[in-house]
Design a binder for this molecule. Structure first.
Ligand code: HXC
Length: 510
């Protein structure tokens, strides 16, 4: 009996070494943690329960049968984050470069299947050279098995991908189908084809970092939702994100204790809107002053900064926040902003997270680059996402709500539950100057007449009262009481029930 227990201990010790001490040292030398260290940091202390620690690959090609490391390059299991269950897989770069074999895939699929059955998020830590070259099509099949599960799990349990090393070729498509992707600056990259292939095919010379590093994906491509300095910071941020989310689509997000008075009056909001309607102000300040304890978890902070998306809590309950940012592009909606916010709203709706929308939008960004890029279709994504969402929707128009963008931004007409406006709101087809130049074109040569027409338009339309008279705005509220009004609105919507008509699925303009 003691012998067999000793054998278990010995086997475990060997398995924990992965590809051996030299490769672990090499991993550390690159500033990266090992797969096991990452799991330990991600999960609550001593909460990790491992599966398939002794599973090995079955490949006999290229002399592979001579090397069968226990675990086959991926550590899988479950544990808790602040006491709440999550499933996890973490690829071990020290074993065949973390490459994906058939058995490696089977291990990942097992935790994904369990996550679906038991209703808990899946967190995948990716650090892999891609398909296990020696296994050929078996490896490709293994990837496809993972892809299929990503698709089935989408909208059922939250899926989070953490990129902590190379992620190339088709391997990027599993993370791409998950809800959130976090990357580590300087040590992780994602691309469909690497710099060498790019050079051969297009003659472009580009580094791996430029092509698919964390900054590239967090700023330009929007593939990544966040980029962080190192493994430790990244995993800490994943823990923070998980705290905001429900475990699955049938549970509510956890309600956390809060110490911020829901009726808190915020005097400074009464003066935040500048005298001049074209002067920007920071919408983040409005968010921070409205939500519990000023705690806002931003998603895609570096991409399409003209719209802000992220999670916060009001009376301890998670809400998704979408807000135009007048500091960037005057808060216009463009292709990137529409896609960013649409995806965020759809995530919130899939997981029953209420949405707070703060509006200061002068319209869609004009221009050939936007039109050629398909702003019509991309703008429609956001319109569609808001319109199909059945979660509680509370909207506050702080200043401009012009044209189609007024409709899009969770207006009453898209089933907004509470549509508030500050007295500074301007709800109209367009700004006074543009409107005057169109409807009084004949007076364009006469500056005095144009000024009079503009003033007249401003007085008649650049306010919230026309919309309020029609019931499109439920109430014009004092800026300083925004938190209180929003908190009461969400509280009143806790039992909201709204269903869309039966359909196989919708056809959102992709
Ligand atoms: C088997 C692999 C491997 C792979 C790396 N290794 N990638 N083994 N299959 N795909 C092994 C190496 O042989 C090496 O073994 C160890 O992992 C570490 O690799 P190094 O090259 O020494 O590390 P590094 O210099 O850091 O370079 C990492 C790397 C590079 C950039 C990932 O290894 C690389 O380019 N690998 C191949 C990437 C690739 O082309 N993959 C296929 C993509 S196509 P030893 O024993 O020396 O330590 C794909 C299709 C998926 O993934 C399709 C899904 C639809």
């Amino acid at each position: 009996m003691t012998d067999i227990i000793q054998e278990l201990q010995d086997r475990r010790t060997e398995a924990r070494l992965g590809g051996g001490q030299a490769r672990i040292d090499a991993q550390h030398a690159k500033g990266k943690l090992t797969a096991r260290e990452r799991v330990e940091l991600l999960l609550d202390e001593d909460s990790f329960e491992e599966f398939d620690m002794f599973k090995t690959h079955r490949c006999t090609e290229f002399g592979m049968d001579a090397s069968k490391p226990a675990g086959d390059g991926v550590i899988t299991g479950w544990g808790t984050i602040n006491g709440r269950m999550v499933y996890v897989f973490s690829q071990d770069f020290t074993v065949f470069g973390g490459s994906l074999s058939q058995t490696h895939s089977e291990k990942i699929c097992k935790v994904m299947d369990m996550a679906m059955r038991n209703g808990a998020p899946v967190i995948g830590i990716n650090d892999s050279g891609g398909a296990r070259i020696q296994e050929g099509v078996d490896s490709l099949a293994g990837y496809a098995e993972v892809f299929q599960r990503n698709i089935m799990a989408s909208g059922v349990v939250p899926q989070i991908s953490v990129i902590m090393g190379p992620c190339a070729g088709g391997a990027v498509y599993s993370p791409a189908m998950t809800d959130f992707i976090f990357m580590v600056k300087d040590t992780s990259y994602m691309f469909v084809t690497g710099p060498d292939v790019v050079k051969t095919v297009t003659n472009e010379v580009v580094t791996a970092e430029e092509l698919g590093g964390a900054s590239t994906h967090a700023k330009k491509s929007s593939v990544a939702d966040g980029a962080f300095e190192n493994d430790i910071e990244t995993l800490t941020e994943v823990r923070r994100l998980v705290d905001f989310l429900p475990l699955n689509n049938r549970e509510k997000a956890p309600v956390r204790p809060f110490y911020d008075d829901p009726a808190r009056i915020e005097q400074s909001l009464d003066t935040i809107i500048p005298e001049n309607a074209n002067t920007p102000y920071d919408m983040k300040e409005v968010i921070l002053k409205t939500v519990d304890e000023g705690d806002f978890y931003e998603i895609q902070a570096e991409h399409a900064k003209n719209i802000i998306t992220g999670f916060a809590r009001i009376e301890g309950q998670t809400v998704g926040v979408v807000a135009n940012q007048p500091m960037v592009l005057a808060g216009c909606l463009d292709i990137d902003a529409s896609k960013k916010a649409a995806r965020f709203v759809r995530f919130c709706d899939a997981f029953e997270i209420p949405v707070l929308t703060l509006v200061d939008v002068p319209g869609f960004l004009p221009g050939t680059s936007q039109e050629y890029g398909g702003v019509i279709k991309h703008g429609a994504k956001l319109l569609f996402a808001y319109g199909e969402a059945t979660v509680p929707k509370v909207t506050v128009i702080t200043r401009k709500a012009y044209g189609g963008a007024y409709d899009v931004m969770a207006s009453k007409h898209l089933r907004g539950d509470f549509n508030y406006a500050w007295p500074t709101a301007e709800i109209a087809v367009m700004g006074a100057k543009g409107a005057t130049e169109i409807i009084h074109r004949k007076d364009l040569g006469d500056a005095d007449k144009i000024a009079a027409h503009t003033a007249d338009y401003e007085a008649r339309f650049a306010n919230p009262f026309v919309a309020a008279e029609r019931g499109f705005i439920d109430e014009v509220i004092q800026p300083k009481s925004t938190r209180k009004r929003v908190a009461r609105a969400f509280a009143s919507l806790r039992n909201k029930k709204l269903e869309n008509p039966w359909k196989k699925h919708d056809n959102i303009p992709l």
